[in-house]
Structures are given as C-alpha cells and as structure tokens.
Ligand binder design. Structure first.
Ligand SMILES: [Zn+2]
Length: 491
C-alpha cells in the first residue's frame, strides 16, 4: 500500500514563492486546457502522449511559457485525474450494463468496451456514459508536478533537507528549505498554499508497519456523533469528537455570516464605482490565509482523535466488524447549509480511512457489513426499538439501550448473517427483521421474557427517569443529529 507523506517548506523567502506561484499559475492553464478539450466522456481512452505530440506539433506548447518537462508532467497528471473521474462514473454505467443485458457474453462485451474506452459505437453505453460521466473542469492553479529525475535533494549541516526544483528558465533552479530530515522521493506534487509549499510524495507503507500488535477479540463498532466509535462491549472511543465538531461549526457559522456582510459592502462599493475600496476590502478583510490554516489545524485534530480511537479498538481486537461508511454518505443536497452535518459527514470518511489503514498496518481483519437498521434494532429481543435521543427502548421487554452500543452489537451480529449481505436493500432488511421477530413471538408467548436476559444496559447514572414504556416520546429534547438519525431509514 502506498501512503502520501507531506513535507512543508520552512521559511521560504517571498521571491522564490512568487516564482513558484507564477509557474503553478501557468501550469494551471495547461491543466484547465486538458480538462476543457479532453475532459468530455467522448474522449475516453485518449493517452497523454497523444496530447503531448499534438501540442508540440501544432505550436500550442509554445504558448505555455514553461519548460517542456513541466507541462508534459502536468498533462500526464491531468489525464490520470480525468480517467479517475471517468472511472468513478463508469461504476454506475457497469451497473446499468448488468441490468440491461441478461446474456453473459453481451455483458462481458459491454464491460470490456467500457474498460477500453471503445464504447462510442454502442448507443446504449454512449447514452449512459453521457448520463453518468460529466464533463469536468479544473480551476487548480497552485500545483506543480515534478518527476523524480528533475530535482535534487541534500541535507544541510543542521540535518534538514533542501530540495531544488526547476524554475521557469532552462538550468534555473529554485532551492526550497524543508522542515524534514527525510528527503522526499519519487514524483512530487508541490502544492502552494498561503505562502508555504507543501511537497506531497508517495511512500510504501511497509516502511510504516506498526510494531504494536493487535488484540485477540472480535469487536463490532458503530460510528457515533458525540464520539468516534462505540464498540460492542459498550466502550466509547474518541469522546471529544462531538464537542470539537460543535465548536468548529458554531465558529464557522458566525464567521461566514460576517464575511458575507463584508463581501456585500465590497460589492456595493464596486457598484458605486469605488473600485479601490472594494479591492482594499477584498485584500485586507476577505483573505483566505488564516481560514486555510485554521481548517487544516482542525482537520488534523479530528484525524488525531479518530486514529487514536481506532487504535484503541484494535488494541483489543484482531477482527473488527464495521458498517461500510463510504456507502452511507448523505447527498450534499440533503445536508444543505447545515455546517454541523457537513462536518459530521466529512468525519465519516476520516473514520472509514482510519479503520482501513490502521487494520492494514497492524494486521487485523476489517469486515464491512450492511448497516441498515443496526441503530434501530434492540439486541435483547431483536425487534425495531423506539429511539429517543441516544436511547433505544425495547417495546417488548422494556430494556433500555444506549443506541450506539446497540448499534455496535447489531453490526457485530451482521457478520455471518446468512440472509443479509452488504448489498441487501434496506427494505428487504426491514422485512427480514420483522419476519424473524414474528417467528420468535409465536415461540415466546410471554412478552416479558427476554431471550438474552440483559437488563438496564443503559449506564445507571443516566438511567433515572427513563420510564421507557410510560414516556417514550421525549422527542423535544433530542439533539439535532439524533433526530436526523432516528428518522433515516438506512442507518
Ligand atoms: Zn427486549
């Protein structure tokens, strides 16, 4: 497995930064041009070499104002981006092929045409490609891709690494001091952000293999909101997460409102012809340097909490069962402007990444299961319980569960469930749960006998006044996200 490492420039002088920024700006034009001309699905299968040869032959290359190696590398990188973008859309087209053709040879032909990019003559495939693969655009103008034979690295007396990369003129080099003692290797991606250069490069993960062994148990985990994960023993991991998200989303909300107000003042002065004032406001009050810094600080804090939580789970378990978090992403439209939910959706992706990478590094097994209704079934009687805040009430035996704990137990039980696979639709899952409950109900006529016999699973300190059956509808006290989760069908 490859992982990306990032080295940062250390006290780079502004002159050098400006030179690099100019180069990145010119390469941004190349990038935008590749997307504009070859980003359409119709251009599937085009190779970067073809584009290069054509642009060198027709003189387009002379208008870029950068060295040949720089723009060629950018073309290669952009074509790779475009095919990744297409491949994401092709997943849906593949499913359409499966639905459309019942004959196995026809299906295979469809798949291979898709893979090779030779689907243009097939009207059905062409229609689906246009439907699912959109023409992308690129506004990226802060990146320079540098091939491994185009730069040198060396260590200074203090041990820190310097790197020199080609400038705009032939034989001109720009030396960048880095904040690391380990020299970057392979193809580099330089990203220029707020006066600092980030050097991204890939290294093999075996170098990073963890020495910490994993545990011996098997554990189910549920992604919560107030914490990163709850395991099937009821332990919470990464409990600071909810507070962190809340603070950040409150901050962003007021900050963005104030920025909008200032922006409207700038626009008003521009309308009134006071161009200088508008520019002054944009320069001094609407910059992005501090905002970017704050965001990256916040993101790295969330990542630390998340990875620490996942490590804590794997300290105990060598087999972790989790829901497939990448499948349950809510659509951007539904999230709307609610910053809090957008942040929460983003942390799901971080958790998914942490589960995959920590399991791989520490040698434990990760099984992804279908998560439909796992946060609504009570483990005691395995019926759909009544959700109230973070509690789940069993309407059959009266047990009260902490919802995330119940979720984790259900996730664990999904592993090896003969009827519910990762791809079983959630309507079928609900049907199965009800059928099974009905079967048990006929076998157990006394409603109060719980088959497992676990009671009061909710922490006793919070259990006062729960009154599960008398007062199930304390809906007004639900936190916003809890309400959303309780309503959603496929949790
Ligand atoms: Zn029960």
């Amino acid at each position: 497995m490859k992982v990306t490492r990032i080295a940062y420039s250390r006290r780079l002088n502004t002159g050098k930064y400006a030179q690099l920024a100019e180069q990145a700006r010119r390469l941004g034009r190349v990038r935008a041009m590749v997307w504009a001309r070859y980003g359409s699905p119709v251009r599937d299968g085009i190779r970067d070499r073809t584009i290069r040869d054509q642009w060198m032959a027709d003189g387009t290359a002379d208008t870029f104002g950068v060295l040949a190696s720089a723009w060629k590398e950018t073309v290669r990188d952009t074509v790779a981006d475009i095919s990744a973008h297409r491949a994401a859309g092709k997943v849906k087209v593949r499913k359409a092929v499966h639905r459309r053709y019942k004959d196995e040879t026809q299906r295979k032909k469809g798949y291979s045409d898709l893979r090779r990019g030779s689907w243009q003559d097939n009207a059905f495939l062409a229609r689906k490609m246009r439907q699912y693969v959109q023409h992308g655009v690129s506004r990226t103008a802060n990146q320079i891709v540098v091939r491994s034979d185009q730069y040198n690295t060396w260590n200074m007396a203090d041990g820190n690494v310097w790197i020199d990369i080609p400038g705009l003129e032939r034989r001109q080099k720009i030396a960048i001091p880095l904040n690391t003692t380990v020299a970057p290797t392979g193809t580099l991606r330089l990203i220029l952000r707020s006066g600092r250069v980030e050097v991204h490069y890939a290294v093999d993960a075996p170098d990073l293999r963890e020495r910490r062994p994993c545990g011996t148990g098997k554990s189910g985990v549920d992604k919560g909101y107030t914490e990163v994960l709850t395991d099937s023993e009821g332990h919470h991991h990464g409990e600071g997460l909810g507070a962190m998200l809340r603070v950040e989303s409150d901050y962003l909300k007021t900050k963005n409102a104030r920025r909008a107000k200032i922006r409207s003042i700038a626009e008003k002065s521009r309308e009134q012809g006071d161009q200088a004032k508008a520019e002054r406001i944009e320069r001094n009050n609407l910059g992005t340097v501090k905002r970017c810094r704050r965001r990256s600080r916040f993101e790295s804090r969330v990542r630390t909490v998340t990875f620490t939580a996942v490590h804590a789970v794997i300290d105990k378990a060598n087999h972790v069962v989790a829901e497939d978090l990448t499948r349950s992403f809510s659509s951007r439209r539904r999230l709307g402007k609610n910053t809090n939910r957008r942040l929460a959706a983003w942390t799901k992706g971080v958790t998914a990444e942490a589960l995959a990478s920590v399991s791989e590094r520490r040698g434990s097994v990760l099984t992804l299961v279908n998560a439909a209704y796992t946060s609504q079934v009570v483990p005691c009687c395995r019926i759909l319980g009544k959700r109230s805040g973070d509690r789940l009430h069993c309407t059959w035996c009266g047990d009260v569960w902490q919802a995330d704990h119940a979720g984790a137990i259900n996730v664990l039980e999904r592993d090896g469930d003969p009827d519910i696979s990762l791809y079983t639709p959630h309507t079928r899952v609900k049907q199965l749960i009800q059928e099974r409950a009905d079967r048990r109900r006929t076998r157990l006529p006394v409603q109060d006998s719980s088959p497992i016999g676990r009671r009061a699973n909710y922490p006793s300190s919070n259990a006062q006044g729960i009154g599960s059956r008398k007062n199930p509808g304390r809906r007004t006290s639900l936190p916003a996200v809890g309400r959303g989760r309780a309503r959603g069908a496929a949790e």
